[in-house]
Design a protein around this ligand. Structure first.
Ligand code: HEM
Length: 158
């Protein structure tokens, strides 16, 4: 069933809450991009995907990182996408049901394991790990560009 079929007052309230959440999520990832120099990250390949450890300098930046990762985990579970102009993001939301995401909050950051049993989705997860690393390395300059998908990846979104 389409998510927003009926325009009752109830669904308008729901739309308003989602718009507010999106504004919040946007302000958080813009702040992370602006302060990318205070963030470090390692990505380890594991069977089926990646394990990442991302650390931030100072409690305010750590709080933003915790907020972001939990918000993105929730959006993946709901299929509440973003960056609809960027194929790698369109695909990760289209494949969200095939992605297992385990988040462990650390005092100074976050450890995330992302895996899939589907080798095509595994390739997408590894690509995404690289996209987040580019955001950490280059901030808004990296986020202004679309994230290339590897040629071997088979797209599922139209
Ligand atoms: C310096 C900036 C950023 C940092 C430090 C950051 C950090 C993270 C981390 C740690 C994860 C968990 C997965 C992983 O470790 O690879 C993640 C996932 C995610 N982030 Fe960010 N992020 C940043 C910018 C952004 C931006 C600009 C967007 C979108 C506009 C975004 C959207 C997402 C989404 C959709 C996920 C869930 C899907 C996935 O895991 O690939 N992030 N981010």
């Amino acid at each position: 069933m389409p998510r927003h079929s009926a325009k009752s007052s109830c669904s308008s309230q729901h739309d308003g809450a989602r718009a507010e959440r999106h504004r919040h999520d946007q302000s958080v990832f813009h702040a992370l991009l602006a302060q990318h120099a205070g963030i470090s990250r390692s990505v380890t390949e594991i069977p089926g995907g990646i394990e990442t450890v991302t650390r931030a300098a100072g409690p305010e930046l750590v709080a933003l990182l915790h907020d972001h990762v939990q918000a993105m985990e929730r959006r993946m579970a709901e299929g509440f996408g973003l960056r609809h102009w960027d194929p790698a993001f369109v695909e990760i939301f289209a494949q969200a049901e095939q992605v297992r995401m385990e988040v462990e909050l650390l005092p100074d950051g976050v450890r995330v394991r992302e895996t899939s049993e589907d080798p095509n989705v595994e390739l997408l997860i590894r690509t995404h790990g690289g996209v987040v690393s580019a955001f950490v390395a280059r901030g808004a300059k990296a986020a202004a560009q679309a994230s290339p998908l590897p040629e071997a990846y088979r797209r599922v979104a139209s």
